[in-house]
Ligand binder design. Structure first.
Ligand code: SME
Length: 190
């Protein structure tokens, strides 16, 4: 599937866009699945920029979250990525991409429930060594979970990304996904 970038995205003058430029067609459109040569940081620059283009303030949270999660999946190709949202004393599965997943997670349980309880990002290099890890898929080996806060400070839910590779998530992922979640939080507060 090709996701077509809007022309105004190309007003950003960075070197990595030149790598993309060769893929642009006569209509100033580009296939988003042609970016394997980008570094991790370049992918995050792309993520933040493209999210602003895709975000549609005339649409609701399911619509916008769906595009946000699809964007993450397409750019990073993680095994699973999605949100769990706070529902009383549990997290409930929200918009995601990847295999079917656990629907409800109690506060403090698993990586997601603990990140919610602690209000902090958790990076797990090897989920097999994380006590209480909830295995929705045996393919997941490493994981990052970031709380999503509304502008009031209240936690709306968490963003969860799983990889089939050991120690896949590092400090760059933590910093950049926290930035992405801050942007999500602003949007979810509207
Ligand atoms: N592994 C998570 C559960 C969610 S799935 O990974 C999609 C956890 O331990 O909370």
């Amino acid at each position: 599937m090709h996701l077509i970038l809007k022309q105004n995205y190309f007003q950003i003058n960075t070197n990595f866009l030149k790598k993309w430029a060769s893929f642009a067609d006569m209509n100033n459109e580009i296939a988003l699945d042609s970016f394997t040569s980008l570094t991790k940081l370049e992918k995050y620059v792309l993520l933040h920029s493209q999210w602003k283009v895709l975000y549609d303030n005339k649409s609701d949270s399911v619509c916008n979250l769906s595009n946000g999660i699809a964007l993450l999946k397409q750019i990073f190709d993680w095994w699973w990525v999605g949100v769990y949202r706070v529902n009383g004393e549990q997290l409930m599965l929200g918009v995601f991409q990847g295999p079917p997943a656990c629907t409800n997670i109690l506060k403090g349980k698993g990586v997601c429930g603990l990140a919610w309880e602690q209000g902090n990002t958790l990076v797990v290099d090897d989920v097999r060594e994380f006590p209480g890890h909830i295995a929705c898929s045996w393919e997941s080996i490493s994981e990052i979970v970031i709380p999503i806060r509304l502008q009031s400070g209240e936690i709306w839910g968490v963003l969860d990304a799983d990889s089939r590779f050991l120690s896949h998530f590092d400090a760059t992922d933590k910093i950049e996904l926290e930035e992405f979640c801050r942007n999500l939080g602003v949007f979810l507060s509207q």
